[in-house]
Design a binder for this molecule. Structure first.
Ligand SMILES: Cc1ncc(COP(=O)(O)O)c(C=O)c1O
Length: 341
């Protein structure tokens, strides 16, 4: 099977497993796990933030950041397809008492003008209090689109003007950095808090890291415990994260190359629509015009290619560590057969 459903389906390599097996460990609830500490220090330095915390998942990373930036009753301004709103089980409301002010974006991007219009007047005591602007880079539902840096800078200026905080869901910030040539440290410099995943393009089996000021990360450490995320000998998984950043970051360029190759091919198939300008990182979204999404997915599966749904009427293909250029050639052939046969 060629599995293009997501970049989360990767299996740890033998080298990664060896790094995990030989990791030094301790009790992280006592802050005594040397490998977790090493990963956190490594990330704080890489992202040029005061402190970092290893957390079990991207969802917990985002939600911890939102929690430490807000009080119950506050409001988050974000794009309507933001992961924190659509795919985190309603946790802003459930865990932190937050409401969401959603903006219709274009390719996942919201403009500073739209955001400024959404900010509540400070004297409107009967409205929710605007507190955080959140963006996603790359944007998942938009198909791995890279957030324009000029837009990010303008959002920072806006946040400062209105005394708001800025959170980055950087589950795939690694891909954005490779595609744009902008360092993860530069991206992070515009945000109060950042959450990045180790278990997507980088290929670790588990884990995310959040970054911010020391006081915020200390508070997040407390909340992680309160939410049941205090872990013990986590060096075993932190070692996989360290291995992933050190060995699998730069190679994301290959995933981007592979998906572009696939996208160029698919765009020439009759019965398929693709916006090639949105194929910027490791995702391809395409619209079958003569077949349903379910049909494309099941016919591909019968021929050994796993694809996923990418929204209403859209099929998604995602490249990753366990996909090579031969797999892409086979995927191209399978898709040609499906649409032409
Ligand atoms: C943009 C984005 N943020 C956050 C997450 C959550 O990550 P996790 O599945 O590790 O909780 C995902 C997962 O797909 C994602 O795509």
């Amino acid at each position: 099977m060629i599995d293009l459903r997501s970049d989360t389906v990767t299996k740890p390599s033998l080298e990664m497993r060896n790094a995990m097996a030989s990791a030094e460990v301790g009790d992280d609830v006592y802050k005594e796990d040397p490998t977790a500490i090493k990963l956190q220090q490594y990330c704080a330095e890489l992202f040029q933030k005061e402190a970092a915390l290893f957390v079990p998942s991207g969802v917990m990373g985002n939600q911890l950041c939102l929690n430490v930036l807000t009080q119950p009753g506050d409001e988050i301004i974000c794009e309507k397809n933001a992961h924190i709103f659509q795919y985190e089980s309603g946790s802003p409301a459930m865990l932190s008492g937050l409401s969401m002010n959603l903006i219709e974006g274009k390719n996942g991007v919201i403009t500073p003008t739209q955001v400024e219009q959404a900010i509540r007047p400070t004297n409107a005591y009967y409205m929710p209090r605007s507190k955080v602007i959140e963006i996603e880079n790359t944007h998942n539902v938009a198909g791995g689109v890279v957030y324009p840096i000029e837009n990010i800078k303008a959002l920072r200026t806006l946040a400062d003007k209105h005394n708001l905080k800025l959170h980055l869901d950087g589950a795939r910030l690694w891909n954005a950095s490779i595609a744009s040539g902008i360092s993860v440290a530069e991206y992070s410099s515009y945000f109060d808090t950042v959450s990045v995943c180790l278990s997507k393009g980088l290929g670790a089996p588990v884990g995310s890291v959040i970054l911010g000021e020391k006081s915020m990360i200390e508070e997040a450490f407390r909340m992680r415990k309160a939410w049941g995320g205090g872990m013990r000998q986590i060096g075993i998984i932190a070692a996989a994260g360290l291995f992933a950043i050190e060995n699998n970051f730069e190679r994301l360029a290959l995933d981007h190359q592979n998906v572009k190759n696939l996208a160029n091919h698919v765009s020439q198939i009759d019965g398929v629509e693709v916006d090639l300008s949105n194929v910027q990182t490791n995702m391809l979204m395409f619209k079958p015009t003569k077949m349903s999404v379910d049909d494309v997915i099941s016919k591909s599966k019968d021929k050994g290619l796993l694809l996923g749904p990418g929204g209403i009427g859209i099929v998604r293909a995602v490249t990753h560590l366990d996909i090579n250029s031969d797999d892409i050639e086979k995927a191209k052939q399978i898709l040609t057969e499906i649409f032409n046969g």
